[in-house]
Design a protein around this ligand. Structure first.
Ligand code: ADP
Length: 438
């Protein structure tokens, strides 16, 4: 792995760079402050020495009764004892000066003016900067020795810190690596995870939950679909086997073929439904929307199931007289209404009534299919929209469908940004209400 692609290396480098910069800035500040304060202290000392020298010169001048040169020499020698180099001038004439006093020294100096005997004398005290330079050199050396040490420590600290912070990520990756399609129920666990990492772990676990749920739904769907496909296929095979075992009369062959055709039709309906749902899941269904009259659609649907309702001895009422223009996929909505009507007719005993009604609200349209049939138990009502769910023991495959009709109804309603609800009095009848935004 290239060095800088490693998060740990990046963190270490950042830490190191930050500490180096901090140390260098701090050293520069410290060095500058020290140099300034040493120079200021020297200036203070020189100023007070200059005051002392000026006082001495005044005293000596009086003592010597105006012997300027002698007074100046006396001051220079006294100051020499104190370790200072002094020069005493009258104008540009040097009266006396310490031997080490140079007129233009690379050092600090302080000067005083003294009036004595009606004349003006200049007293200068100077000191070289050597001592300060020596002290600063010691500090510089200390900084240069400390710098690599500090950098090494900062690098090591950064590396350890990065390793420590990244360790839980390693654990996470290790646990995640062990999760496959067959153990999606496993969750990632990290003790004492930092707040940011807890969020990551929680999001990852939520993702696993969602994946687990969809895998589960998919597995159930495949199992249910295979199960449903098996039954008509066994009926077809059984019927053909029986018909072929011996010579049959044309009427018997016709009867067998009718059974086979019926089952093949059921099979093809099932395959159509499965295909539709699979396309819907994959998001491949494009709504073919256009304007049409929803009330007319309901009337047409009622017309096409009226024959079936009559055969079953049911009354069919269609309350959709007012024109209602709607924009949507007419084919799919027709399918929705037919599925609901088909169920209402199938699950209502003879003598009952099926009603279709259309109501317009301010922002939505309500399409209601109600029957006076066997109803749905409260426990089942919540699940009838699930794929392959069929309520109650009594609903055998023969008088019911595959349990996909309402799943398709819900998908069509939702693809029109609508909802579908089921209200039912068990044993009294059911009402399915589809609400579609206008
Ligand atoms: P099916 O093809 O079995 O009718 P659906 O998805 O259309 O599948 O319906 C699921 C289940 O909901 C049905 O098996 C049935 O038990 C119940 N159901 C649907 N509509 C009605 C109704 N109008 N009255 C009573 N039960 C119903």
């Amino acid at each position: 792995m290239p060095l800088m692609r490693s998060f740990r290396a990046q963190l270490t480098a950042l830490y190191l760079a930050f500490f180096s910069l901090l140390f260098v800035l701090f050293s520069i500040f410290l060095y500058g402050e020290l140099s300034r304060s040493l120079t200021a202290r020297l200036d203070n000392t020189l100023a007070s020495e200059a005051d002392t020298a000026a006082g001495l010169f005044r005293d000596e001048f009086q003592e010597m009764n105006g012997g300027t040169l002698a007074a100046a020499r006396e001051v220079v020698s006294e100051m020499k004892v104190r370790g200072d180099s002094v020069a005493i001038r009258e104008g540009s004439r040097v009266l006396a000066a310490s031997p080490e006093f140079t007129p233009n020294p690379r050092g600090r100096r302080a000067s005083r003016t003294v009036q004595a005997g009606g004349r003006t004398y200049h007293i200068e005290v100077s000191a070289p900067l050597d001592a300060i330079h020596a002290e600063l050199a010691v500090v510089r050396r200390a900084i240069f020795i400390a710098l690599p040490l500090i950098l090494a420590l900062a690098g090591l600290g950064g590396y350890l810190l990065a390793t420590r912070s990244l360790r839980p990520l390693g654990w996470m990756a290790e646990q995640a690596r062990r999760i496959t399609g067959s153990n999606l129920e496993t969750r990632i666990e990290i003790d004492d995870a930092a707040e940011e990492l807890s969020v990551l772990v929680a999001s990852f676990n939520e993702l696993l939950s969602r994946l687990d749920r969809s895998f589960d739904t998919m597995r159930r769907f495949v199992a249910d679909a295979s199960h449903e496909l098996r039954t008509p296929i066994s009926v077809i095979r059984g019927e053909a086997d029986v018909a072929l075992t011996q010579e049959r009369s044309p009427a018997e062959y016709r009867e067998s073929l009718t059974v086979i055709l019926d089952e093949a039709r059921r099979l093809s309906c099932l395959v159509d439904d499965l295909l539709n749902l699979a396309r819907a899941d994959a998001g491949h269904v494009m709504l073919q929307t256009h304007d049409f009259y929803l009330n007319e659609l309901l009337v047409e649907c009622c017309r096409s199931v009226r024959g079936l309702a009559n055969t079953r001895g049911l009354a069919l009422e269609c309350l959709a007289d007012d024109d209602l223009q709607f924009t949507g996929d007419e084919q799919l909505l027709r399918r929705l209404v037919i599925n609901l009507l088909d169920n209402a007719i199938r699950y209502t005993p003879s003598g009952g009534k099926v009603t279709v009604a259309l109501e317009t609200g301010a922002a939505s349209v309500q399409l209601r299919v109600s029957d006076t049939g066997i109803g749905i138990a409260p426990a089942d009502a919540a699940r009838v929209f699930e794929r392959f769910y069929r309520a109650g023991e009594a609903r055998s495959r023969q008088d019911g469908g595959f349990g996909l009709g309402l799943a398709i109804v819900r998908w069509i309603a939702e693809s029109h940004r609508g909802t579908v609800e089921c209200a039912s009095d068990f044993g009294q009848g059911s009402t399915f209400t589809v609400t579609l935004p206008k």
